[in-house]
Design a protein around this ligand. Structure first.
Ligand SMILES: [Zn+2]
Length: 273
């Protein structure tokens, strides 16, 4: 059957429109699912006045430049080992309001961190980070503990707000704060040579007694097998941290349920692609 010429034009237009849409979609997410515009906007809003992003270049106020997206394809392991800045938005962080969730395999929103970027935010050595560390009175009425976090971005004050609000919660919730783990410690993540966010003074472990960590619960006879999810930290506590800019390690496939870290960019980022 021969197409009517008018119909042929319509078909051609349809094909062109379809290709155009595909091309735009590809340009918007660089092929890795990240909404480029939303990710850049979230990063700029989270850490205002420190850098600009033009095209593929992030420029700090002192003139240092970093690549936004190096275009390399990375598997889950490489994303953890050597991510570019754009890769940090690979997974959309689900807030506490999304309810109880079991993360899919390798779904680790926030575990992907470009180390150079964080060193620039908080300091590149224990001494440099140490200059900004403050003591925060954690649950001063209930537990009388002191924890150390950075003053950068007012993280010490934000943790203080979490402490005040948690202390005002009913005892069945506030008791989860009674045995805090560390704040600032310059150290690599166990079993890796990557720096923990605790090194930057931007993380806090709420309770060593109610902690569940993926590595301890993995199938030891089949280390590559599925990791069973476990959590004992109530979501209203997670919500409280999120309101103050912290994300929760209980949202990760490689979970660390007592762990909270200051990552406002991930709380702001929504993928509209
Ligand atoms: Zn931690």
């Amino acid at each position: 059957m021969i197409d009517h010429p008018g119909r042929l034009v319509l078909r051609l237009l349809f094909v062109l429109a379809f290709c155009g849409t595909w091309h735009l979609a590809y340009a918007a997410n660089a092929g890795d699912g990240v909404d480029q515009r939303a990710a850049k906007a979230a990063l700029l809003k989270a850490y205002p006045g420190l850098f600009t992003i033009k095209g593929n270049v992030l420029t700090w106020t002192d003139g240092t430049t970093m690549v936004w997206d190096d275009g390399k394809k990375r598997d889950a392991e490489a994303l953890l080992e050597s991510p570019d800045i754009e890769d940090m938005f690979r997974y959309v962080y689900p807030k506490a309001a999304a309810g109880a969730l079991v993360p899919a395999e390798d779904f680790d929103p926030g575990r992907i961190r470009n180390e150079d970027f964080f060193e620039k935010l908080y300091g590149a050595s224990a001494a440099e980070v140490g200059k900004h560390i403050a003591n925060v009175k954690w649950l001063p009425k209930l537990g009388k503990k002191t924890v150390q976090v950075t003053k950068v971005f007012g993280i010490d004050e934000l943790l203080g707000k979490v402490s005040d609000a948690l202390e005002a919660m009913p005892a069945e919730l506030s008791r989860y704060g009674l045995k805090p783990g560390g704040g600032f410690v310059w150290r690599p993540i166990a079993g890796t040579n990557r720096l923990s966010v605790h090194s930057f003074g931007a993380a806090f472990d709420i309770n060593v007694g109610f902690s569940d960590y993926w590595y301890n619960n993995r199938n030891k006879s089949n280390p590559k097998g599925p990791i069973p999810y476990k959590n004992r930290i109530p979501l209203p506590i997670v919500d409280l941290f999120e309101q103050n800019g912290f994300i929760w390690g209980g949202r990760w496939y490689h979970y660390d349920t007592m762990h909270f870290e200051y990552r406002p960019e991930l709380l702001l980022y929504k993928n509209s692609g």
